[in-house]
Design a protein around this ligand. Sequence first.
Ligand code: 5AD
Ligand code: SF4
Length: 471
Amino acid sequence: MAYQRVEIPRERVEQQEEIAARIAARFAAEGRTVTAMVDTYGCQQNESDSERLRGYLAEMGCTFTDDEFAADIIVINTCAVREHAEQRVLGNVGALNHTKKARPGQIICLCGCMVQQKHIAEKIRMSYPIVNLVFGPDEIWRFPELLEQILTGRKKRVFAVETQDGVVTEGVPRARVGGVKAWLSVMYGCNNFCSYCVVPYVRGRERSRRPEDVVAEARSLVAAGYRDITLLGQNVNSYGRDLGGGTDFSDLLRMVNDIPGKFILRFMTSHPKDATEKLFSTMAECEKCAHHIHLPVQAGNDRVLREMNRGYTAAQYLDKVAAARRSMPDLVLTTDIIVGFPGETDAEFADTLALVEQVRYDSMFTFIYSPRVGTRAAAMPDPMTRAEKQRNFDRLLELSNRISGEKHAAYVGKTLEVLVDGENPGEACPHTSRTKSGRLVHLRGDAAPGAFVTAKITDSTTWALFGEVVN
Ligand code: 5AD
Ligand code: SF4
């Protein structure tokens, strides 16, 4: 497929901000306070995209709400990775018929990966007439322009999907949620074409932001008081390949680590085939870098891994884990696993269980395979029943919970530094916090969001730790 990197010129982004200002002036002239709601499905990349949508909406003078009956503008940022998320979105859009009746001028927008698929865009066009605006992930940067066409009545419905590919935009305003944790996209798209995955089709080919743009944004985040920065990409390990400038992901990590100030530096996701010794040693050397890798294995059987087009065997994966642990003995390791890939037998699934027993992940995200239109796996014979897949899934979950519980229990009695990042109002532990390697700690005692405090871990469950602030 022909593919071109498209850098949107700054002037064109600035034009969008001018349109946003024009919209704000229009609302003000009408004497309206306009409320907006942004609902996000899926991964951190979508969370990050939603921050840009909120950034534009804030520039339009909107205030935000979580109540769809109170919203004048509703934006649903969708996910296409599994069918379940798509069904939830369509269900929720269907329910908006009621809110639109109660609030006739309400504008409903759908964006993100799901609507980038032709068959879904068609379905919305034909069956969901209440939706006014539909736009793909590469069109987010021109949201004001698209929305203005609806607001002025020039158009009743706008569909902006499959028009561009390979977009990189700098300078879109952001309204970040919370003042402690920030997402920072370093690249977009994916070239891997794992046979089950729709992402390369909806997010296009890999393209990296320039290192100087990433570092400048990280610097401004630190200056604004953010203390927990996560570098984002579908496969951060291939960062920079398309730029040809010689800066790889390890170099980028070091550049961000060198920004003065106290903060935790995280990243996700790493593809095992591209995780290198250089990455592990850089992580070990960079004092701000969390010793945590999210390293999706997907399956433990070599035939299944080959059919998935993952580019590694179980043994090669285990070698990477061993190398990472040599560099960082305190490494926290998490993963994604798909159960019931087409043709996976019970014996092959047993290899996944064995690998999990061997690696002992700190936590895991487990999914039952979901066929995605247009992917290679969707055309593969899939004889296993849903009930059999569910049974295997339950076994994996039980194993994962047992190991996570054991790993968490080993923290009890330890004293370690945590970053306070939120509140649990009314709970016995009124604060939430994270260890440097990302474990959730519910915290008692005197603490404020954004503070690094020393915590003694007093208790644990499968999913979290509990602790108290100590001086
Ligand atoms: N079915 C089930 N899980 C999937 N994932 C990606 N595509 C599918 C699919 N078609 C999972 C993978 C990936 C995570 C983000 O979602 O485990 O790592
Ligand atoms: Fe999907 Fe594979 Fe790319 Fe991850 S690496 S986004 S699973 S194609």
